[in-house]
Ligand binder design. Sequence first.
Ligand SMILES: *Cc1c(COP(=O)(O)O)cnc(C)c1O
Length: 357
Amino acid sequence: MHIEIKTLDKSERTAPPSDGFGFCETFTDHMFEQHYSQGNGWHSATIQPYHNISLDPATAVLHYAQTIFEGTKAYKRPDGKINLFRPWENMRRFNESAQRMAMPVVDEEDHLQAIVQLIEIDRNWVPEPPDSLYIRPVMIATEVALGVRASKNYLHYVILGPAGTYFKEGFNPIPVYICEDYRRAVQGGTGAAKTGGNYAASLLVGQEAASRGYSQVLWLDAVEGRFVEEVGAMNICFVYEGRRIVTPQLSGSILPGITRKSVIHLGRDLGYEVSEERVDVHEMLAGVKSGKITEVFGCGTAAVIAPVGKFGYGDEEIVINNYEVGPVSQRLYEELTAIQFGRTEDRFGWTYQIDGG
Ligand SMILES: *Cc1c(COP(=O)(O)O)cnc(C)c1O
């Protein structure tokens, strides 16, 4: 892929914020984009100054939500280089989401190289640890037509923004509300794709949970309302007796998280027993109450590991591990972030290094 590059002059560039930037509230000076048209394939790849997109009011994505995205991060290493964490997995999942949403796939290597070139241009935006630079690839349907069918045209773009801690709690336990009345995704639906509609469908319950003092929602399966699926934008793990880690098996309606996959691999490497199983919510809550479940944590790119301090279920409040960070969550957080930030040897070949320049 040839990328035409038009960058801002040094004097036109903005100084990256040094701290207090929240989670992706500002974006870097440049963005990548390419266009797709039926018959022509992908073309007109550019990296250019960050800019607005102008869309006709009848553009397909605005009506029927044919849109996908990804989320990954760039981390500053102690040697000044920049790490990407398992970016090949994101490139593949982007295409899997595209296929589910009847959108065209992009060349995975080209996609990765576009991200690398963009980061090289905006490299001074990669913050100091423990912060990182969030990478958001997106694809939207751009055909101007109200007919309900897959669009003939698409826009694929990538933007970057500095990311501090995801939760206001930082690396501290969060309260999670178990949703009884609504479902996030069904088998055969779009739950395994990173597509905007899944999030739109979750916002109402998110508001309800927030009004009760909970920062995230735990979703149950859509058929029986009995099996644990995942938490907001994270997968979920349960620790039994401090040594066995259980995460719900991929059901077709759970998003296959890369952090989840990494926790499974790393957990085994660290000597924990790790299994993917169906998790019955009632058995799980009984396990928390009896002390058999010693820790619960969410895992996802944004927060890495998010310990769960309590569950709300109906009117009940079930506190986990005295609302404290447990040793397994702590260890996984430290080991994972050490690999991501290049503080330790990358023994699994998970990182992609970009020269610090
Ligand atoms: C992105 C996402 C996750 C976490 O995936 P990671 O690859 O670990 O970031 C989990 N659940 C949902 C619904 C997601 O969108």
